[in-house]
Design a protein around this ligand. Structure first.
Ligand code: UDX
Ligand code: ADP
Length: 453
């Protein structure tokens, strides 16, 4: 029986291992983490992350061939394949600060594997890493002459649709060395996915192509959003409507219709981090024009969020000091409680700087929001109830596209607010004409504003 171990029980490791265990009853899957609370939550009915469909998958496999544990040494000893899925945040110190990946957790894991492994193993990079990390990993692991094969197997799941993305991936990418043992390791890992993924969807490449493909895929996706957001700024200065433009260009199959929703800015743990990683890589190789090209995708995103906050200030007569503003949504997108790099963090901080009083409403992300905005308690109220959040507010800002915000009674909300009442729709989620008729002054992204003055 094959034993799989995953080190790191986060947004990637947890769902990925749950699906592998569900689809491969003949494989034992153990997930470990240094965070005991997290492991306790994975073993309870209250999973540590909100992901649609995940509880049912865990329920089916947990205790059968899926185990969550904090006993890292023992798990390393018994594993044949070890996935490393620990966090690789952006470095905050030293060379490459603010851009390069901080590999300290990753390297610690490599050393732990070396310490406890009692024989050759396949080690799989699941965390997104700078290109050529696998080589460094291999050097650490094989320092004592042991035989570890290091593979790159990047994760392409998106939060909120993780289970579907894992069940039916567009592709599974496995990078390995072009040696006999390297090819054998690639096929061993492929045999896991072959339990449910057709062979033609499993792409085998060299290690660096695999590592770079992950960064490139995220850079291309983020670039698509920054491109449409750039167009949204032009639309706001003209009579053009960004949704109409997106629809018109998206019909061209070479462009494609997905990922063309103009917004307050993209967030999430991957896009910014991975692009900055790519930028740093380019700089390291002296490719300054290439670095600048990709850097602009991140800068445009920051510009888009700043533009949104500036507009709130301008429309609210240049001051929000002492005014209550309701933020509808704090997660970086719908169907997740994750707030990492959410545009809402920047929006909230800017408004707090301007001395606004905030009321934040989100169905899943309030706990994370409280952590992100620690220290500002006296200026913020948190509520799951949007009606309460909007009561007495001068403005509402829609920051996450939660479908439940579409079906609220906006007449009731309007009546409970200060007048004139403003609504800034950072996701173009609502029916703007209807809101205008109710009395709101409405400011969408990339579409003409609707105002009563
Ligand atoms: C992303 C990639 O999609 C995934 O393949 C990779 O493995 C990890 O990074 P994720 O960060 O979970 O996934 O979310 P994603 O759905 O890509 O959205 C990222 C951000 O872009 C969100 O803030 C979202 O609201 C925003 N977005 C997305 C837009 O603003 N407009 C769009 O049209 C699409
Ligand atoms: P991702 O979105 O990439 O999954 P997360 O931060 O959600 O990132 O998950 C990474 C997990 O890895 C965290 O739960 C963290 O506690 C865990 N982790 C970090 N370092 C180690 C380590 N040395 N051993 C075990 N787990 C670790």
């Amino acid at each position: 029986m094959t034993h799989i171990l995953c080190i790191g029980a986060g947004y990637v490791g947890g769902p990925t291992m749950a699906v592998i265990a569900e689809k491969c009853p003949d494989i034992t899957v153990t997930v470990v983490d240094i965070n005991q609370d997290k492991i306790a939550a994975w073993n309870s009915d209250n999973l540590p992350i909100f992901e649609p469909g995940l509880p049912a998958v865990v329920e089916r496999a947990r205790g059968r061939n899926l185990f969550f544990s904090t006993d890292i040494p023992n798990a390393i000893r018994t594993a044949d394949i070890i996935f490393v899925s620990v966090n690789t945040p952006t470095k905050t110190f030293g060379a490459g600060a603010g851009m390069a990946a901080d590999l300290q957790y990753f390297e610690k894991t490599a050393r732990q594997i070396l310490q406890y492994a009692n024989g050759p193993k396949i080690v799989v990079e699941k965390s997104t890493l700078p290109v050529r990390t696998a080589v460094a990993m291999e050097r650490i692991l094989n320092a004592n002459g042991q035989q570890f094969e290091v593979l790159s197997n990047p994760e392409f799941l998106a939060e909120g649709t993780a289970i579907q993305d894992l069940y039916q991936p567009d592709r599974v990418l496995i990078g390995g060395k072009d040696t006999e043992s390297g090819r054998a390791a690639v096929e061993k890992l492929a045999s896991v996915y072959l339990h449910w993924v057709p062979n033609e969807r499993i792409i085998r490449t060299n290690v660096w192509s695999s590592e770079l493909s992950k960064l490139a895929a995220n850079a291309f996706l983020a670039q698509k959003i920054s491109s449409i957001n750039a167009i949204s700024a032009i639309c706001e200065k003209t009579e053009a409507n960004v949704s109409e433009v997106a629809h018109a260009i998206g019909q061209d199959r070479r462009i494609g219709s997905r990922f063309l929703n103009a917004s307050v800015g993209f967030g999430g743990s991957c896009f910014k981090k991975d692009i900055l990683n790519l930028v740093y890589l380019c700089q390291t190789y002296g490719l300054h024009e290439v670095a600048e090209y990709w850097h602009q995708v991140v800068k445009l995103n920051e510009y888009q969020t700043k533009r949104f906050v500036d507009n709130i200030l301008t429309q609210l007569f240049q001051t929000v000091s002492g005014k209550k503003i309701a933020l509808f949504g704090f997660a970086f997108k719908a169907n997740t409680g994750d707030t990492r790099e959410s545009a809402a963090i920047y929006v909230a901080r800017q408004l707090i700087e301007e001395r606004a009083e905030l009321s934040i409403c989100d169905p899943q992300a309030l706990l994370n929001a409280q952590k992100d905005l620690a220290g500002y308690e006296h200026q913020i109220e948190y509520s799951k109830d949007p009606y309460r959040a909007a009561q007495g507010a001068h403005a509402i800002a829609i920051l996450t596209e939660w479908p439940e915000f579409q079906t609220l009674d906006y007449k009731k909300i309007y009546e409970s607010m200060e007048k004139p009442a403003f609504l800034f729709d950072g996701r173009n989620l609502l029916d703007h004409r209807l809101l205008f008729e109710l009395g709101f002054n409405v400011f969408p992204i990339g579409r003409p504003s609707l105002r009563h003055y």
